[in-house]
Design a protein around this ligand. Structure first.
Ligand code: NDP
Ligand code: 2IT
Length: 461
């Protein structure tokens, strides 16, 4: 172990096996400037020293090098007209990362920050996450630097149609199955499915997931990521003989994942006192009124600042700032990558944090994770904790393949079972590799071994 300063100037502990260091160095060299991708690869490689000590053949077969290299990367132009007739050009991406376990599977993100490094980090994480579900899905991710904020519904539709006009040739229920992510929800999936159907003249329901219930979607898909993360944290809390009952909970974001995290936390007796969007956060010591958040975000598509105005006394809005300054026992980051810095982590620990479940992908910086681990916080990494969304996408694919539709109860029972099994697999793997309670190590090793074993069996492809 040794220390180094990261880009934010915080000290982080680095422990990478000597045999893996050259692989990481090569990944950094070949993918210059892709900071988020570097971060995601580094974290996984830091966990693999104990694996190669046990299974040296992973090194002989260059499995780690192959896993770090996407199978295919597609970048394309997306031209579209706004409502005034002006032409805009965005960039579209689809990174088909790994298909050893099944068709590429993973969401599409529409956000101005999207670039190839972000899509690659997401695709890399997705590969291990999907493996952890034990369902037959490979890893992929895509999206665009299109900014949906302030765009009319017709502009969104034209953008989605133009995006799919190129992407459709790379998709298929046995090839690549996208879903939503930031900026892509049921409405956008509907527009993209419509265009795919029109271009191919095929009603191929299983080519996209997160569809509306009216045309082949699965019950509980919308709720799945948030519910799944909450169940995962519930399982972690149970290892210390405690529950959500009466705990103060902070949930960042107020989009799909955040809303259904809040719903399940409240269901389990937790008290959600704050949530946010990219403009700032609201604190409501009486407990967040979820009906109001849904009205603001799902119906009006407005800003979270509206919450304080409409709720009246007891609630206040803080523009900018960090939601992690709000004291809580459980934190559920559900907005975006690197939203919890080392400084935030220190504040959370000082304020008595017990558990954290990553609803977002890679929301904690490496130094934040290090602080949580050293403080003995129950820490659930995104690739395990937020796997409920993609798992339910795979259940949607099953329903589409059998031309069936399950009840909400049936789907939620499957999802709860999958989340329990991911929790137990991560815990058991951490224990097996000599780090009991380390869910980061457990998730990285268990996910990696599943993908590596399948790749090994398929030959050098
Ligand atoms: P949504 O678009 O529904 O919501 C995103 C929320 O996060 C919004 O409140 C948004 O605020 C906020 N946010 C987004 N980017 C930033 C930013 N750069 N800074 C501050 N706040 C930001 O997306 P989802 O809820 O679907 O996704 C949230 C996270 O969960 C992402 O990390 C995603 O990858 C991950 N995830 C999603 C899954 C899913 O099934 N949808 C599954 C697994 C993980 P604003 O509206 O102001 O931009
Ligand atoms: O990050 C994720 O797991 C998602 N955005 C969901 C992917 C999916 O295919 O359902």
């Amino acid at each position: 172990m040794n220390g180094e300063f990261d880009e934010r100037g915080s000290l982080r502990v680095v422990s990478i096996d000597d045999k893996l260091q050259p692989i990481l160095t090569e990944v950094l060299r070949r993918n210059a400037g892709e900071a988020e991708f570097h971060q995601a690869v580094r974290e996984v490689l830091e966990s693999l020293g104990r694996v190669i000590a046990k299974h040296p053949h992973y090194l002989d077969q260059a499995l780690i090098e192959r896993i770090c290299e996407p199978e295919r990367q597609i970048i394309f132009r997306v031209p579209w007209h706004d409502d005034k007739g002006q032409i805009h050009i965005n960039r579209g991406f689809r990174v088909q990362f790994n298909s050893a376990l099944g068709p590429y599977k993973g969401g599409l993100r529409f956000h101005p920050s999207v670039n190839v490094g972000i899509i690659k980090f997401l695709g890399f994480e997705q590969t291990f996450k999907n493996a952890l579900t034990s369902l037959p899905i490979g890893g992929g991710k895509g999206g665009s630097d299109f900014d949906p904020k302030g765009r009319s519904e017709t502009e969104i539709m034209r953008f989605c149609q133009s995006f799919m006009t190129e992407l459709f040739r790379h998709l298929g229920e046995y090839t690549d199955v996208p879903a939503g992510d930031i900026g892509v929800g049921g409405r956008e999936i509907g527009f993209m499915f419509g265009q795919y159907k029109r271009l191919t003249n095929r009603y191929e329901a299983g080519v996209l997931t997160g569809k509306g219930l009216a045309y082949g979607g699965s019950r509980a898909r919308k709720e799945a990521t948030g519910y799944g993360n909450t169940w995962f944290v519930e399982s972690m809390l149970a290892t210390r003989g405690t529950t959500f009952e009466g705990k103060r909970v902070v949930v960042s974001g107020s989009g799909n994942v955040a809303i259904y995290t809040m719903e399940k936390v409240m269901d389990l007796g937790g008290k959600v006192i704050a949530c946010s969007d990219s403009g700032g956060y609201v604190v409501d010591e009486n407990g967040i009124d979820l009906g109001l958040v849904k009205e603001i975000k799902e119906v009006r598509r407005a800003r979270i600042s509206e919450y304080a105005r409409l709720r009246g006394t007891g609630a206040h809005y803080i523009a900018g700032g960090s939601i992690w300054d709000v004291p809580c026992e459980v934190a559920m980051p559900s907005a975006t990558q690197n939203e919890i810095t080392g400084k935030d982590a220190r504040t959370l620990v000082k304020n008595g944090l017990v558990a954290l479940g990553e609803g977002a992908n890679m929301p904690s910086t490496p130094d934040a994770i290090q602080i949580f681990r050293s403080a003995g916080v129950l820490f659930a990494p995104g690739k395990a904790a937020n796997a409920g969304g993609v798992a339910t996408s795979a259940l949607e694919m099953q329903q589409n393949a059998s031309r069936d539709s399950w009840t909400s109860e049936q789907t939620q029972t499957r999802l709860a079972g999958i989340m329990r099994s991911i929790h137990d697999t991560c815990a058991a793997t951490a224990e097996e590799y000599g780090a009991p309670g380390d869910y980061v190590l457990g998730a990285n090793i268990a996910g990696f071994v599943k993908v590596a074993e399948a790749m090994n069996a398929l030959g050098v492809i």
